[in-house]
Design a protein around this ligand. Structure first.
Ligand SMILES: [Zn+2]
Ligand SMILES: [Zn+2]
Length: 273
């Protein structure tokens, strides 16, 4: 049994004021085709009015458009339908916002919460339009701060999974120095905080053309006993389960024999197929 634990509904012919059941059904149909038995749906927290200011920048403000209530109604309706889906959020970690994040997360009994670092300061590291700003900051600084923020996210205890754990490689700009010490230090916090690391196949569909993270990071995590979830980071139904054969092979190569999913923030391990 394998779960795609990182699926967004956000793109496509729906508006978050109206999540049609038929839209989720398209994701479930693709899951069946891809050999995926369960989905973990997450919406980006910054989309909701109630999370305004938790990711304090103009990029997020421009996308803060919808009431959380509509998502919650959809979650409740879907749970009543009995679909094999867990529901959560992808939450940006921002230092200093911990109390606000905790208050926002407490609005609903989520199945799981992804903790993500997408911004180093005001620089969106996965945004094409921010690449000049990232270049101005410099690759060494981006990687250094990215890992420092990842460890702070884990230390916060707010999240179940650390997502796409080497995201700064997205455009193919790799770190100039070896990252082994960063992997080891971050894995140590994940272990201590009993948090999972994500194997995220979306990197295959980005300019870097490879899964997040590199095998070496997964190997260190596995050796430390840190659990792993796997996700496609699909933003459209067609991408559910994308790259899972490669993701599972990478995880196995790193020593993993199980992947985890979550119900009511309880972690459930299933053998890799
Ligand atoms: Zn993300
Ligand atoms: Zn995502």
């Amino acid at each position: 049994m394998i779960a795609d634990q990182h699926v967004h509904l956000e793109r496509g012919p729906y508006t978050p004021e109206n999540y049609p059941d038929a839209w989720l059904d398209r994701y479930l149909e693709q899951a069946a085709r891809a050999g995926v038995q369960r989905l973990g749906i997450v919406e980006h927290a910054y989309r909701f009015h109630e999370a305004r200011g938790l990711l304090p920048n103009a990029w997020a403000d421009a996308r803060c458009l919808y009431p959380l209530e509509t998502y919650l109604e959809f979650v409740e309706r879907s749970k009543a339908r009995g679909v094999p889906v867990s529901f959560g959020l992808e939450m940006d970690y921002v230092p200093g916002a911990e109390e606000g994040i905790a208050r926002f997360l407490a609005r609903y009994p989520w199945d799981f919460v992804h903790g993500s670092v997408h911004f180093v300061g005001d620089v969106g590291i996965d945004l094409d339009e921010h690449r000049p700003a990232a270049a101005a900051l410099g690759r060494v600084e981006i990687w250094r701060r990215y890992f420092a923020l990842s460890r702070m996210a884990a230390e916060s205890g707010l999240f179940d999974v650390l997502t796409h754990p080497d995201l700064p490689k997205i455009f193919g700009e790799r770190a100039e120095e070896p990252l082994d010490a960063e992997f080891a230090a971050t894995v140590e916090v994940l272990r201590r905080k009993d948090m999972a690391l994500e194997c995220n196949t979306a990197g295959q569909r980005k300019p870097v053309g490879e899964i997040y993270p590199v095998e070496g990071y997964l190997t260190v995590a596995r050796a430390a006993g840190v659990p792993m979830s796997i996700g496609s980071d699909a933003h459209v139904p067609e991408d559910v389960g994308a790259g899972f054969a490669d993701g599972i092979a990478l995880a196995r190569s790193a020593g993993y024999t199980e992947a985890v999913h979550f119900i009511g923030r309880r972690r459930i391990a299933e053998p890799l197929p």
